[in-house]
Design a protein around this ligand. Structure first.
Ligand code: DX5
Ligand code: ZN
Length: 217
């Protein structure tokens, strides 16, 4: 059994009962809490801002893994730290000076990650890989939960795993989008360390059991 991490995404949670959803996750075997921040520009969807993150932080017992699907994230790095982000992921496609952004995230005391959209090749990360806590491979086009897993992601994950091994880095591989109890086993084999799971958990009649199943795969 592998020691992979589970990061439930609350994008498809019941926002009318968000506190009880987070308390459910607090009592689960999940390792992180994945927050999808969308600005309606970088992706065609809009989610939530700093007041909601602060409220979530006040009740969450898990590390906050904040995924920024926004343009020009440099504007808000300090604000996300103050709101409670522990891990902060920016999109390669949204950053002009990625090296500076990653080092600023570190200076603020957060763990930095870079996310790649399905069309963006992992080779572009070669020069920044050792500086990263994690690389997030989008296995759906970002913006919505409940989409179908993009099968080409497997080749990308294997190529990234090879890059990390050859660089002697300890960078984690995270996959995000379309993860299910059916495909998690083959994704672990391909080299994934951290799994973002939304719809598979929040559409289940027993989400706690699904999280346990995913964790003990
Ligand atoms: C999509 C988000 C994902 C999404 C995953 O843009 O980044 O985190 O919520 O949800 P599922 O597991 O439902 O595909
Ligand atoms: Zn996400």
């Amino acid at each position: 059994m592998s020691n992979h991490l589970i990061a439930p995404s609350i994008l498809t949670a019941d926002f009318l009962h968000l506190e009880s959803e987070i308390e459910m996750l607090n009592s689960s075997e999940a390792d992180l809490l994945h927050l999808d921040i969308m600005d309606g520009v970088f992706v065609p969807n809009l989610t939530f801002g700093f007041p909601v993150i602060r409220q979530i932080k006040s009740v969450a017992k898990k590390t906050l893994d904040v995924h920024l699907m926004i343009v020009d994230p440099d504007r808000y790095l300090e604000a996300y730290r103050e709101a409670g982000a522990d891990w902060l992921t920016v999109h390669y496609e949204a950053c002009t000076h990625l090296h500076r952004t990653i080092h600023r995230i570190k200076e603020l005391g957060m763990k930095p990650a870079v996310s790649l959209n399905p069309h963006t090749d992992v080779s572009l990360l070669e020069n920044i890989l050792p500086d990263l806590n994690m690389v997030l491979i989008m296995s759906v086009n970002p913006g919505f939960g409940g989409q179908k897993f993009i099968e080409q992601s497997y080749a990308k994950i294997r190529k990234l795993k090879k890059m990390i091994t050859e660089a002697g880095a300890d960078t984690l591989i995270q996959v995000d989008g379309g993860v299910t109890e059916t495909n998690i086993g083959s994704l672990i084999e391909a080299g994934v360390d951290v799994f973002v799971v939304g719809n598979t958990i929040f559409s289940a009649s027993d989400p706690l059991q699904v999280i346990t199943n995913l964790k003990n795969n």
